[in-house]
Design a protein around this ligand. Sequence first.
Ligand code: AVJ
Length: 321
Amino acid sequence: MNVQAYAVRDEQRPPDNLLLQVVQRGLRSQPKRLPSWLFYDEQGSALFEQICEQPEYYLTRAEIELLRVHAADIAEVLGPDVRLVEYGSGHAIKTRLLLEHLATPVAWVPIELSSEALRLGMQRVAQQIPELPIQPLSMDFTRPLRLPVPPRAPRRTVLYFPGSTIGNFEDREAAQLLRKMRNEMGDNGGILVGADLKKDRSTIEAAYNDKAGVTAAFTLNVLARLNRELGCNFELGAFRHRAHYNAMAGRIETHILSNREQRVRVGRLQVLFREEEAMLVEYSCKYSLEDFAALAATAGLSVQHVWLDPAGTFSLQYLTR
Ligand code: AVJ
């Protein structure tokens, strides 16, 4: 494997008590909420890969289909000698569909919170393109990046942010993240970002309420994680998953509901949940093409190209200054 460092650079890892602080703050606020990056520990990342295989979760299939149809065209727009920096690389299944079409890529820089997912993704890409230098960063991509020195000068740096993960951020935070990315990509760079499109409620809600219950397990894994890492005593059977499409706001809102009144230990804090109290854990925003162009514009970016999957359910957008 052509990996720069043996140990993944563990960039500015937050102190261990940060998790407790973040969780306590979220559980003290009214209404209760938890940040959605909490989903992605090793088990959560594995559950997310399973979600992608559920018949109802159209996003991943649409994006892969999009890449199958348009990857050569996308690669032509990006040009040769690209350094590809990937935000939230996960198991990197889409990455190679893009990388295999790029002319003489300089390096792939996967950024991923779950080190196990990062390892698997790197293994997958290294197997397919053994000569490609890989410079992994194990960190939260919302934090400031210090990009590793590339093995040779790239013609441009492209930040690849697939999956519609940008939809997990409310517009203000999404714009802030895009502005950060705009700085990181440099003058000649670009952002290739996946954005799920608005469509009928039933299709969207089904994607976040699969029959097999994998999404519910993914959501409740957040509580299991807090039990594992913070010694909390969430009773998993006493909470349930709910994902509802707020058409006005254009987003899926995922909550964890308390089935009954109960108290949970979170560090030194005793947290009271009322019966049917809802705790927000995730937004997944859906966009019209106009919505997304407006969002990009607030970050000083313009949409250069938009590619859609054949069914028109999902978009991949190339943003530049
Ligand atoms: C990985 C953030 C794109 O919001 O659709 C899947 C995560 N949550 N099912 C999404 C997720 C519930 C997913 N992203």
